[in-house]
Design a protein around this ligand. Structure first.
Ligand code: GLN
Length: 611
């Protein structure tokens, strides 16, 4: 298997090839003698994904003339070099409902669209007017960029076509007579016949289609060939008129922008996903490759690829919602703060968003936030969101602007860094959001901040941050008789740490327990992985009680100026000898503390899996 082959797609293409190969109906184009003599057995299919991988089967590297498929790409060139308005003045964009070589123009003397011969000839005339003698060179270069390789012309087909092209000349003269263009008809037709005679393979067509699907950037060479607007405009006419007067039925049955040519080629596009190239010379009565149509129809039906068939479910954008009673930040807090959060945690809603958020997805999200207007805070986490569409960014812009006037308290979690030019998910509205809402890069830190706000607003603890919390408040020392407390206190050593200093070093021997009396600490793994936080009124290093001398499992860093009361294992052993009951009580309390943590973890699991 070649490096670029994706097995699933490759096996589907082989299956399609084998099933459709036996259909020998139709006949190669007869009106151009050189085309009539091609081998009708030839059959090749290629798909290039918008990340630049090509899967191919059969005669996918056999060259044949591009014919009418060139019309789509020359139209792109005209749009790109002359601008939409000028091109629209010359060529319409309505389906004609007539054969590709119809000689009828619209009532305003413009050709119906650029995908029928009259429109394509008018389009080539635009390039001739714009590029003079360089016109064909410019066209060939453009098509080569679409294909990602230098393309050549089949001179025999060119001569054959030119020798038999009087109907196209007639169309040219009609256009000139209608003031559609003013340059030399013979020159325009020569360029037109030449552009139809450019040699491509099914593989080339798939890459050319993939370039359109990839908003105008060739996914293989990574070079921008045309603008996104041009790519979209080109695909639009392919949808309405790309398959001659089979276009309506094509859109109904296959639903992919496409263009066919009498050389037996078809290129079809699934926007943002792939370009397909098929080559099989026998044509039906309308001039489309019989097998080509079958391949496209099979692919589209089998994988449900019709552009109008979508499977988005906007409710999936909010898979997880909870409040602060169900899930808390990983900061362990003192008893009174815990009580406050229990009582008032329901005043905070957390919406964890995910997936690609589109126009309606963002409407659903903003509506859900609005429904939470009885809450003090709504935390919107975008950390699992992979992309916001342009429409949803606009919805969020309108939403956050309105928010200002309502003074609703929103907290946003998003990895965007204001200093970073790429601006993450929110693009242009990053600054707006950062101006109007507290923003965090980490959901846990956002929850911690909101908890702090609730505690400040509803908390009953009268301690100021610098006060020493009495040792009796420690959950580990719960229910300790006063005599034991006194004994313990005599053995405690007071230690102070400046903000930023390391209190416990990972892997050091566990030589005692720290009762945090004032300040805050962080539990860190390595130098910069934050695991949890602890506030005054809690303790750390307590596992030393169970397993003295074991290695410490994390670094403990002072976040603020910190005061701890340290109980060494030696002191603890000494007290235990005097009073064995103390040991028992501490172990029971430790069990309760661990049980409390387990309860919180379980509540988190339930909240995260319930939705
Ligand atoms: N060379 C052909 C023509 O203009 C192209 C038409 C086509 O592929 N349908 O007659």
């Amino acid at each position: 298997m070649e490096k670029n082959d994706v097995p699933a797609l490759k096996s589907f293409l082989s299956h399609a090839y084998q099933n459709i190969f036996d259909d020998k109906s139709g006949a190669p184009a007869g009106y151009i003698p050189e085309l009539a003599i091609v081998n009708p057995e030839q059959f090749g299919i290629a798909i290039t994904t918008s990340d630049g991988f090509t899967n191919e089967v059969g005669d996918s590297s056999t060259e044949f003339t591009i014919q009418s498929i060139s019309k789509a790409f020359v139209y792109s060139l005209a749009l790109e070099s002359l601008g939409t308005e000028k091109v629209l003045k010359t060529i319409g964009i309505e389906p004609s409902g007539e054969a590709f070589n119809s000689i009828r123009l619209k009532d305003d003397n413009r050709p119906f669209n650029p995908m029928v011969n009259s429109g394509a000839i008018a389009c080539t005339a635009l390039i001739c007017q714009n590029n003079g003698k360089e016109a064909f060179e410019t066209i060939l270069n453009m098509l080569s960029e679409f294909a990602g390789r230098i393309l050549n012309v089949d001179d025999k087909v060119f001569s054959s076509e030119s020798a038999t092209g009087d109907r196209n000349r007639a169309i040219g003269w009609l256009l000139r007579n209608s003031d559609n263009f003013s340059c030399d008809v013979e020159e325009v037709l020569e360029v037109y016949f030449r552009q139809c005679s450019i040699l491509v393979t099914a593989r080339d067509l798939s890459i050319m289609g993939a370039t359109l699907s990839n908003n105008g950037t060739n996914p293989v060479t990574k070079k921008r060939v045309v603008s996104k607007t041009t790519a979209v405009q080109t695909m639009s006419v392919m949808v309405s008129s790309g398959m001659y007067d089979y276009s309506g039925e094509w859109t109904y049955r296959v639903g992919l922008p496409a263009k066919s040519g009498v050389g037996g080629g078809i290129t079809a596009v699934l926007p943002s996903q792939f370009g397909l190239g098929v080559f099989s010379p026998p044509l039906d009565k309308l001039g489309n490759s019989v097998r080509g149509i079958k391949v496209c129809q099979l692919l589209s039906e089998h994988f449900h690829l019709h552009v109008l068939e979508t499977e988005d479910d906007v409710t999936q954008n909010i898979p997880i919602t909870y409040d602060l009673r169900e899930i808390r930040s990983s900061r362990t807090r003192c008893r009174s703060d815990n009580e406050t959060l229990e009582d008032f945690g329901s005043r905070v809603s957390v919406l964890e968003l995910s997936g690609v958020i589109n126009f309606i997805g963002s409407n659903f999200i903003t509506r859900s936030v609005a429904e939470e207007d009885n809450k003090d805070f709504v935390v919107l986490s975008f950390t699992r969101v992979s992309r916001l569409t342009r429409a949803s960014i606009e919805v969020f812009r309108l939403f956050f602007e309105k928010l200002l006037s309502k003074s609703q308290r929103m907290v946003v979690v998003d990895k965007a860094d204001l200093k970073d030019d790429s601006k993450g998910l929110f693009g242009d509205i990053t600054e707006l959001i950062h101006q109007h809402c507290p923003c965090f890069k980490n959901l846990d830190k956002a929850l911690e901040w909101v908890e702090d706000q609730l505690i400040a607003q509803y908390g009953t603890c009268s301690n100021r941050p610098s006060d020493l919390l009495p040792i009796v408040e420690q959950p580990l020392l719960k229910d300790l008789p006063n005599s034991d407390l006194e004994l313990l206190q005599q053995n405690l050593v007071s230690i102070e740490h400046e903000s930023g200093s390391k209190i416990i070093q990972l892997h050091d021997k566990a030589d005692g327990i720290y009762f945090l009396r004032a300040g805050k600490v962080s539990v860190m793994l390595g130098e910069d992985i934050y695991v949890a936080g602890l506030d005054a009124g809690t303790c750390f290093g307590e596992l030393a009680l169970i397993e003295p001398d074991a290695a410490r499992t994390a670094n403990i860093i002072a976040e603020t100026k910190v005061v701890c009361s340290f109980l060494s294992i030696e002191a603890f052993n000494k007290i235990s000898l005097i009073n064995p009951k103390l040991n028992e009580l501490l172990l029971r309390n430790l069990g309760l503390i661990l049980f409390e943590r387990l309860k919180q973890s379980n509540s988190k699991i339930v909240a995260l899996s319930a939705n």
